[in-house]
Design a protein around this ligand. Structure first.
Ligand code: SF4
Ligand code: SF4
Length: 294
């Protein structure tokens, strides 16, 4: 079972929830940080990290001796990564999205596959829990290919795990969609504020069509207003956990502690959250339909 922990915007407590779920989850478990632009789950789980493996994306490399400057590749590339300028074909590797189209299109075989380093993939182990994370290279703008490379390693690095928790990137753009697209359950972490509601709406709109069971976690419950709760009720979205706003929780977070461990009174909420996720995944697997409002 794969559960992605996502949020419509950053700063809602997505990683806090992932780390606490990892603390209470039944084993065998594997946890992956897919927030490759700003991975920080390891700061909470303190895994023993293994060797970093560089990850590459395929980009075209030009053999100018074979290029006839026909311009077909430049015309094809939607990202303007290729351009015929006078008597030269210019290749802009940083603008390439790695679709591979130009490599297949060139009638002269003047383009061959090369690699642009995107960042690295780091495996690890936090006690009895498998761990995997990606880290984007500084200056690299393309996070989805690295994120997909991390996901491609899940079957190998999480072999033996019954369940996988994914800490997805925030937002609803390509990185987040790539992160949650294979999940059985998507947990949407939000906060009860107008900003939280706005971004929760976007997240529901983006992720609901993907077919995973959706559940909501309201973090910092007690501040703000009832807008998020009303929206969840109207949309038949189950609220599986509320994490109360407290100074103690903020201090534990600032110390890099896992809430479920630092504040034992919250542990039961995360255990109940795990049970909601497992039940929703089982219902989905059995084809019995959507999760219901708690
Ligand atoms: S398609 Fe091939 S031959 Fe034509 S401009 Fe591109 S690299 Fe050169
Ligand atoms: S691989 Fe795709 S995106 Fe990259 S240069 Fe070629 S056509 Fe453009």
């Amino acid at each position: 079972m794969i559960c992605a922990v996502a949020s419509g915007k950053g700063g809602t407590g997505k990683t806090t929830v992932t780390a606490s779920l990892a603390a209470v989850w039944e084993r065998p478990l594997c946890v992956a940080d897919l927030d490759v632009e700003e991975p920080n789950l390891h700061l909470f789980l303190n895994p023993e990290l293994g060797a970093e493996a560089p990850a590459f994306m395929e980009i075209p490399v030009l053999d100018p001796t074979r290029c006839t400057l026909c311009g077909l590749c430049a015309e094809f590339c939607q990202f303007k990564a290729l351009s015929v300028m006078g008597k030269t074909l210019l290749v802009f590797p940083e603008m390439c999205h790695g679709c591979g189209g130009c490599l297949r299109l060139c009638p002269e075989g003047a383009l061959s596959p090369g690699g642009r380093e995107l960042g690295c993939i780091i495996p690890g182990r936090a006690g009895d829990t498998g761990f995997l994370m990606g880290r984007l290279r500084v200056g690299e703008a393309m996070s989805p290919p690295l994120l997909r490379a991390v996901k491609a390693r899940l079957p190998r690095d999480c072999a033996g795990a019954r369940d996988i928790l994914l800490d997805a990137p925030p937002g609803v753009s390509c990185p987040a969609v790539n992160a949650v697209m294979d999940a059985d359950v998507v947990l949407l972490v939000t906060e009860p504020t107008p900003f939280g509601l706005h971004d929760l709406r976007l997240a529901v709109e983006a992720f609901r069509p993907m077919g995973a069971a959706l559940g909501v976690v309201i973090n910092r419950a007690g501040v703000g207003d009832a807008g998020v709760a009303d929206f969840c009720r109207d949309e038949n979205l189950p609220v599986w956990a509320e994490i109360p706003f407290s100074r103690a929780a903020a201090e534990a977070y600032a110390r890099g502690q896992v809430l479920a461990d630092a504040l034992p009174e919250l542990r039961g909420r995360f255990t109940a959250l795990m049970e909601h996720v497992l039940t929703a995944a089982a219902k989905r697997a059995a084809g019995t339909g959507e999760a219901r409002h708690a």
